[in-house]
Write a protein that binds this ligand. Structure first.
Ligand code: MN
Length: 338
């Protein structure tokens, strides 16, 4: 059931012991919204614990209380009276769902989240779940401390590509401005988020070597296979390396997760990639979406290339001659319009 922000606030007020979680492959918004929620609820005197069923990338240690995030152990339970799921529908929280039978309060900004059989507050116009938590904090009358502001700012900044993507609206800047007034230093957060080890840059170079252009250059993909995936700490920002190519509308990253499990993440400049993701059982935003394919890496590769091409020809983003062009071109061999 879709609920209002006021109703979401009332559910939080009524609960005493709260488990907060977010999605696997956590990004800045997933972690920032969970850690801000943790602090806001503790301010209100609640018992709160954050669980995320994944490894937390090193760069996010800039966020206060990051060290408190737990990963569920086998046979572990958590006796909560409310499970708060942030920045995703509950199908992407991994093993956290096993920890408790508590009712779910879902807060999200993904247009594909419909909230079947649970309480959902969704605002697809919010640039980040952190932007919603910012408003929720006001609704709850909670004080936004400097530590909370850092978490919220980080989530908003990372989900908007540092205020670059089309989800950046006036309201996004207003929230960010208020957080900066509370003491957040944007340059320090940017620096921390951009920071890469030499190893990471080497991996980035290796990832770029895998880049291929499809459909006459309108689609670009990068392929993190099993071998390369063992060397990658975070895939954050990788897809942006090819999204910027002038001929490209859809850029995607295919990552090996485990045997017969691959993750696709897509970014676009116009094409509704949320619809492509939805066809493949995933979801997301209009221009940033993803899905998980339970197939081998090679099979997943074929599926995603075909799905993007079919969607683009259906919607008129590709001319038949481009669609029929089955050539895969490496960056080294691509000449564009030259
Ligand atoms: Mn988000």
């Amino acid at each position: 059931m879709i609920i209002t922000l006021q109703a979401a606030a009332a559910k939080l007020r009524a609960a005493d012991k709260i488990l907060v979680t977010s999605h696997i492959n956590p990004d800045g918004d997933a972690i920032g919204s969970a850690l801000a929620m943790l602090q806001i609820l503790r301010e209100m005197g609640k018992t709160v614990q954050v669980y995320i069923d994944d490894k937390i990338p090193q760069n996010f240690s800039v966020m206060p209380f990051e060290e408190e995030i737990r990963r569920p152990r086998e046979d572990e339970t958590f006796d909560a009276d409310l499970l708060v799921v942030l920045d995703t529908a509950p199908d992407r929280i991994g093993e956290v769902g096993r920890l408790t039978d508590a009712p779910i309060l879902n807060i999200d900004h993904h247009v594909t989240n419909k909230g079947d059989n649970l309480d959902l507050y969704v605002d697809a116009d919010a640039a980040a779940t952190c932007e919603i938590i910012f408003r929720l904090a006001h609704e709850l009358g909670a004080e936004i401390t400097m530590n909370i502001a850092v978490c919220l700012y980080t989530g908003i900044a990372t989900d908007t590509g540092f205020f670059n993507y089309s989800n950046t609206k006036a309201g996004t800047f207003r929230a960010a401005a208020e957080l900066v007034e509370l003491g957040v230093e944007p340059n320090l957060i940017s620096e921390q988020m951009e920071k890469r080890t030499v190893h990471d840059v080497k991996v980035m170079t290796a990832a770029l070597q895998t880049a291929r252009l499809f459909y006459g250059g309108k689609v670009a993909g990068m392929f993190i296979d099993e071998e390369l995936s063992r060397r990658v700490d975070t895939t954050e920002g990788l897809v942006d390396l090819i999204r910027v190519i002038d001929s490209v509308d859809v850029a995607f990253l295919l990552t090996f997760k485990e045997e017969n499990v691959c993750r696709v993440s897509m970014r676009s400049k116009g094409v509704e990639v949320s619809d492509i993701a939805r066809r493949l059982g995933g979801g997301g935003h209009i221009r940033a979406a993803g899905c998980t394919l339970n197939k081998s890496f090679d099979e997943s590769r074929r599926i995603i290339i075909r799905a993007i091409g079919e969607f683009m020809i259906e919607r008129g983003y590709l001319r038949p001659v481009e669609y029929e062009d089955r050539a895969e071109i490496s960056l080294a061999d691509f000449n564009g319009d030259e």
